[in-house]
Design a protein around this ligand. Structure first.
Ligand code: ATP
Length: 315
């Protein structure tokens, strides 16, 4: 059974219809990346699921219960956490006080301490600054805190609106990675809004593409990249087929070591997009594959290009 099911949702702002019959299902432990142009309806979807907005038609079913009419204040105790756009932290409370606020629906002190430790382990910056006023944190740190606070409520699902938007590229990759680790470890279900297709592909188990209130795609990153749908293709842009390569690891496509004298090495965990870029830069058609410094196989340019062509043809 899906943890969250949205059925034939229609949402209006006055006379303006913002959501036009959207349906999708999210399974427990899945991460859904919700992407689309400005005004596509992404925030409206999050707000309708968390009951900040009323649906005109359709339903939202969470953990088997129809919550279409459930009051918004009951949503947190049912296991939903919402991290709205912009760093919504309590500026005049300390980092620790902000985090503890997130756990207000929980009773077990030991479990709360355990969650706090886990959050501090993933986001050490928050521990370093636990007594600092949240309003004095940087944009990225406040974003981290907003996520941490959501995790403190021990939710079954977290809905986040552009959680990595205010973070610089270096810290952004770090924050994404740490969030993914904590999400996997705690098996959280997540829906997050992004404007960054690479971020969606990296983090999402499902890619939901919205356009003008309509859900145009709800599929795995691989199926999204190989979609025949003209809208999806044009949305992803000309780099589509190259992007698919970043989903594959060298170790999944290497051949046995062929004994050739090759001066170039690729780590077995590297993705094929990066390795292709290296091969083009070095002007080589093969590289040794290494695992912990030991050569374990060979990766061929022709194999990577075949995969690329298959993607192009939608095979
Ligand atoms: P963005 O990427 O710019 O944040 P979005 O995909 O989240 O956009 P929404 O904020 O959900 O889009 O808006 C969907 C549509 O509903 C837009 O056409 C928007 O103008 C309209 N809309 C949103 N909020 C309101 C409101 N309070 N009153 C009237 N129309 C609104």
């Amino acid at each position: 059974m899906a943890l969250l099911e949205v059925k034939d949702l229609e949402v209006y702002y006055g006379m303006i219809q913002a959501i036009k019959g959207v349906s999708f299902k999210v399974n427990e432990g899945e991460v859904v990346a919700l992407i689309g142009a400005n005004g596509a309806g992404k925030t409206t979807i999050l707000h309708t699921v968390t009951r900040l907005l009323e649906a005109k038609r359709g339903s939202v079913v969470f953990d088997g219960k129809d919550i279409t009419k459930t009051p918004a204040h009951k949503i947190v105790s049912m296991g939903m956490a919402h991290v709205p756009e912009g760093r919504r932290v309590f500026a005049n409370l300390s980092v620790l006080q902000n985090l503890k606020m997130g756990a207000y629906t929980r009773k077990d002190k030991n479990e709360i301490e355990e969650t706090l430790k886990n959050i501090y382990k993933r986001f050490p910056r928050l521990e370093e600054r636990q007594n600092q006023l949240a309003g004095t944190l940087s944009g990225g740190e406040q974003q981290m805190l907003a996520m941490g606070r959501a995790l403190m409520s021990h939710p079954r699902i977290i809905l986040m609106d552009e959680p990595f938007g205010a973070v610089d590229p270096l810290n952004r990759a770090n924050l994404q990675n740490e969030f993914l680790k904590i999400q996997k470890q705690l098996k959280k279900t997540v829906i997050f809004v992004t404007h960054d297709i690479d971020e969606a592909m990296k983090m999402g188990d499902k890619i939901a593409i919205m356009s003008k209130g309509i859900l145009r795609n709800f599929a795995s990153p691989e199926d999204t990249l190989l979609s025949d749908d003209e809208f999806v293709k044009s949305f992803l842009g000309s780099e589509t087929y190259i992007k698919i390569l970043s989903r594959f690891r060298v170790k999944e496509h290497m051949r046995p070591q062929n004994g050739a004298d090759i001066p170039y090495h690729a780590d077995c965990e590297a993705n094929l997009r990066d390795v292709l870029a290296q091969m083009i830069e070095y002007g080589t058609d093969s590289m040794h594959v290494t695992e912990k410094g030991k050569i374990t196989g060979t990766i061929l340019l022709s194999d990577i290009l075949n995969l690329f062509q298959k993607g192009r043809k939608g095979e």
